[in-house]
Design a protein around this ligand. Structure first.
Ligand code: AHR
Length: 667
C-alpha cells in the first residue's frame, strides 16, 4: 500500500492536478465470454527489408546471381564470367572464376550484403557454396570476411577456405569467426590461382540463428517476436501477396523445397515509392512458407497464410484491367494452390505430395493450420466473384478451415460498405479490416466521426454479433505532423485497443502493421521493430502490443463509468478502459489509458472482491509525447512494473496524464 501511494503521489506531482473523480465499475462476479487466444498477433510482410536483409538470417544479397543485374550486390575482379546452365533449374545462373594467368592477378567476387553484413567478434558464421571444378581435379576457394571501410593494417575480419573437388556440383561449407564486431562487412571469395572453379548460391549465415536452424532467422529479431507472445502470425503480406501483376504475386509453391532452387521474385517495395527507391530489393524466398509455419509454431502463434485471389494489386491496376485479374473460369490453379497449401500444412505425408514435401523438409507432424486468408485489400465486384469458388471448394474439402475475406484498404467508405455484406453473403468466417489513421481516428473524436464515421474505441460496440468476426489485420496510428513511432501514437493505439478487448466476442484477431523496418532500407513507417545490421529496438507501439498480448486474460469483464463503456466520450476526460479476467492466473486485469493532458482520479469498484490482494501495476508513460526509442536508446520508453498489496475497495488511484496503466489484481 505504501508503495502504491508513494508512486501515485510522485505521478501526481509530475502530472499536475486532477479534475473530477471517476468511478470505474468492474463486475468480477460475472465472467464474460472468452478472449480469443488469437486476439493480438503479428503481421509480417517483406517490406522495409523485413525478410531479406532483416529477419531472414542470410547475409549475402543476390546469392544465386539471379537479380536482373546478375552482379547486383557484387564487386568482381579478375576473370569472372556469368553462366546460365547451372544445377538448379529455377536459378540457372552461376559464375565461373578462372585463373588470370598471372600469379599476382587474382580472381575474386565480393558481396556487399544488405547495407553491409553485420558480424559479431568471436561468433561463428557458416559460409556455404555450391561449386565444382568443371575440368575435374581439385581447387581451393579462399573466403575472407573483410572490413574495407574502417580497416587498420589488415582488412580481414576472419577467413576460411573450402577445397572443391570434381566436376559434379556439391555443397561446401566453412566456418568463419570474425575477430571483431563490424556492421558493414563484405564477403570475398577468391578463385583458385591455377584451376577454373564454378560457384553458385554463395551464402553466409550466423550459426547462432533463432532455434539454431541452418536456414534460420536472425536471433534478436525473432526473439522480439517471441516476446510479443503473438496469438496469430499473418504472412506473407500485404500487397506482395497480390503482386503488381499476376506474374509477380507471391506463389507459395516457389518458396518451399531446397533453398537453392527457390526462384527469385520481384518485391514491389523496391519501386513503390520513388522517394524511397531500392532497385536491389527482391524476394529470395529463403524465408518461405515452411519457415513461416515453423516460426509460427516456435513463437506459439496460429499461422495465417494469405494467398492470391487471382487479382493483382488494385492500387496499381484499378479494378477493371483485364490483365490484372483471372476470370472465374480460369481460377482453378489458384484454388488448387490453396487446397495444396492446406495439405502442405496439415496433410498426411503418405498420401499427399505437398505433405510429403513438408515431411522431407523436416516437419512430418502437421502444422495444424486453421485459418487461410484469400485476397488482400481487394475491392470492387470482381473480388466476391473470384472469392466464391475458393470458399466453395475449401469448405467442401476442409470444413474446419476458417476463411478470412477482406473489406478493402479503408476502415469505411464505399468499398468497405459494399464488401462487408458481400462477405456475409459468401460466408467468410472473418473479415480483414485495415486502418492506418491519425490520432483523431484512434481517439474517435466528434470531428473524426464526422469525417470517417465509425472510429475510435467504440468502433466495434455496434457491430452485429452474428456472422463473420473481425480481423483488424493492418492498423497503426500515423501521427499527423509526420511523427512516427513516438510515444503519443502508441498511446492512441493503447486507447483504441480497449475497444478491441471489450469487443472480443466480435474481434477475433488484430495485428499491428507493419512489423519490421531496417533503418537504412525502410519504405513505410511507423513499424513495430527497427534494426540495423547489428542492433534493434522495439518501438513504443511494440510495447503496447506486448502489454495487451501478455495481459489479454481469458475472459471479458464488464467495465463501465457512469454505466457507459469508457471509450473517450466527450464527457469522459480522455479516459479509455477495459477489464478482463485471467482464469489461469486468477487475476482481474484492468487497463486504463489516460489520453488527456490532466491527471485523472479514478475509483476502482471491483464488485465481488474483498480484502487484501497481491497486485501489479504496469505503467507505460513518457513525459515527452514525441519521444521515441532509438537504436542508441532502445530502452528509453519501456513499461515499468511495480508489485503491490492492494486493499479492496481500492482507494482512489491517480492515472497521470498521457499514461497507460495496467492493474493486475490476484482474485
Ligand atoms: O503494410 C503496408 C501495406 O499497407 C500492405 O502491404 C498493404 O496491405 C497495405 O496497404
Amino acid at each position: 500500500m505504501k508503495k502504491i501511494f508513494s508512486v501515485i503521489a510522485t505521478m501526481m506531482v509530475a502530472a499536475g492536478m486532477t479534475a473530477q473523480t471517476h468511478t470505474l465499475d468492474v463486475n468480477t462476479t460475472k465472467v464474460g465470454g472468452p478472449i480469443p487466444s488469437t486476439m493480438y498477433g503479428i503481421f509480417f510482410e517483406d517490406i522495409n527489408y523485413a525478410a531479406d536483409g532483416g529477419l531472414y538470417g542470410e547475409l549475402v544479397k543476390n546469392r544465386s546471381f539471379e537479380f536482373p543485374n546478375n552482379f547486383a550486390g557484387w564487386d568482381i575482379s579478375g576473370k569472372v564470367t556469368l553462366k546460365d546452365d547451372g544445377p538448379f533449374n529455377k536459378n540457372p545462373h552461376y559464375v565461373r572464376l578462372a585463373p588470370s594467368g598471372h600469379s599476382d592477378k587474382h580472381t575474386m567476387i565480393e558481396n556487399h550484403g544488405f547495407f553491409g553484413m553485420g558480424v559479431k567478434g568471436g561468433e561463428e558464421y557458416r559460409f556455404s557454396v555450391w561449386a565444382r571444378v568443371p575440368n575435374g581435379g581439385t581447387a581451393k576457394l579462399w573466403i575472407d570476411l573483410v572490413d574495407n571501410a574502417t580497416m587498420g593494417d589488415d582488412q580481414k575480419l576472419g577467413n576460411g577456405s573450402v577445397e572443391v573437388s570434381g566436376a559434379e556440383w556439391k555443397k561446401y561449407t566453412a566456418i568463419l569467426k570474425p575477430n571483431r564486431t563490424f556492421a558493414k562487412a563484405h564477403l570475398r571469395v577468391w578463385g583458385d590461382s591455377k584451376v577454373t572453379t564454378d560457384v553458385e548460391h554463395v551464402s553466409l549465415f550466423p550459426v547462432d540463428t533463432y532455434k539454431g536452424h541452418e536456414n534460420g532467422m536472425r536471433k534478436d529479431l525473432a526473439e522480439s517476436l517471441e516476446q510479443l507472445h503473438p496469438g496469430v502470425f499473418r504472412f506473407p503480406g500485404g500487397c506482395i501477396v497480390e503482386g503488381t501483376d499476376l506474374a509477380t504475386r507471391y506463389q507459395w509453391k516457389n518458396s518451399v523445397g531446397p533453398v537453392e532452387n527457390r526462384p527469385l521474385n520481384e518485391n514491389r517495395w523496391h519501386y513503390t515509392f520513388t522517394h524511397r527507391y531500392f532497385p536491389d530489393y527482391f524476394q529470395s524466398y529463403g524465408l518461405g512458407f515452411f519457415e513461416y509455419f515453423q516460426l509460427s509454431e516456435e513463437i506459439g502463434a496460429e499461422p495465417l497464410p494469405v494467398v492470391s485471389v487471382g487479382l493483382s494489386c488494385e492500387f496499381q491496376n484499378g479494378s477493371n484491367r483485364s490483365d490484372a485479374h483471372v476470370p472465374v473460369d480460369q481460377l482453378q490453379p489458384y484454388i488448387d494452390d490453396v487446397l495444396d497449401l492446406i495439405e502442405f500444412a496439415n496433410g498426411d505425408p503418405a498420401k499427399n505430395m505437398w505433405a510429403k514435401l513438408r515431411a522431407d523438409m523436416g516437419h512430418p507432424a502437421p502444422f495444424n493450420l486453421k485459418y487461410v486468408g484469400i485476397g488482400n485489400e481487394q475491392w470492387g465486384e470482381i473480388y466476391p466473384e473470384n472469392l466464391k469458388p475458393f470458399v466453395e471448394q475449401v469448405r467442401k474439402k476442409y470444413p474446419n478451415i476458417k476463411i478470412v475475406g477482406t473489406s478493402g484498404p479503408d476502415s469505411e467508405g464505399q468499398q468497405f460498405e459494399y464488401l462487408w455484406p458481400e462477405m456475409r453473403k459468401i460466408g467468410a468466417d472473418l473479415v480483414d479490416e485495415h486502418f492506418y489513421r491519425n490520432e483523431e481516428w484512434f481517439l474517435g473524436t466528434p470531428e473524426a466521426k464526422k469525417r470517417w464515421g465509425n472510429c475510435g474505441a467504440n468502433r466495434y460496440d455496434s457491430y452485429p454479433r452474428k456472422g463473420p468476426k473481425v480481423f483488424a489485420g493492418e492498423y497503426a496510428c500515423h501521427g499527423a505532423g509526420k511523427k512516427w513511432n513516438h510515444f503519443n501514437a502508441a498511446l492512441m493505439e493503447a486507447a483504441f485497443m480497449t475497444g478491441l478487448e471489450r469487443n472480443a466476442d466480435v474481434v477475433e484477431m488484430a495485428t499491428y502493421a507493419p512489423l519490421f523496418a531496417h533503418v537504412e532500407g525502410w519504405q513505410w513507417r511507423p513499424d513495430a521493430i527497427w534494426y540495423d545490421n547489428l542492433r534493434k529496438f522495439n518501438s513504443c507501439a511494440y510495447y503496447v502490443q506486448q502489454l495487451y498480448s501478455v495481459n489479454k486474460g481469458t475472459n471479458m469483464l464488464t467495465l463501465t463509468m457512469n454505466g457507459k463503456p469508457v471509450a473517450g466520450n466527450p464527457d469522459q476526460d480522455g479516459l479509455f478502459a477495459s477489464a478482463v479476467y485471467d482464469k489461469n492466473s486468477n487475476e482481474v486485469i484492468v487497463k486504463v489509458v489516460n489520453t488527456g493532458d490532466q491527471a485523472q482520479e479514478v475509483v476502482l469498484n471491483l464488485k465481488g472482491m474483498k480484502g487484501t490482494h497481491d497486485a501489479q501495476l504496469i505503467v507505460f508513460h513518457s513525459d515527452n509525447l514525441t519521444a521515441e526509442n532509438t537504436l542508441e536508446e532502445p530502452g528509453k520508453i519501456i513499461p515499468q512494473t511495480l508489485s503491490l498489496t492492494l486493499e479492496t475497495p481500492v482507494p482512489k488511484v491517480t492515472v497521470p496524464a498521457r499514461t497507460f496503466h495496467i492493474l493486475k489484481i490476484k482474485k
